[in-house]
Write a new protein. Sequence first.
Length: 91
Amino acid sequence: MAPASQPERASELVYLPEPAWAPMLTAAGLALILAGLAIGWVLSVIGALIFLPALWSWIGHARTSVARLPRRQRPVTAVIPPVTRRTPAGE
């Protein structure tokens, strides 16, 4: 048993994505493209110039972050001893 001052070793690894600006710019570019369909083509061109590089960057970051993940993790499970459930005396 581990001493009380030290936490137990983690049984599984959790990978969090890095903060990203690409999803926000992708959404903004798409919104400008759609607004440009109603207002004017110039706004659609500006939206496409924002949307395409942001989408390309988002896909690239996702590919590299998935490629860095370990291919296999050794499964570690906690052994939970079976406990019989006792009902209170009144039931």
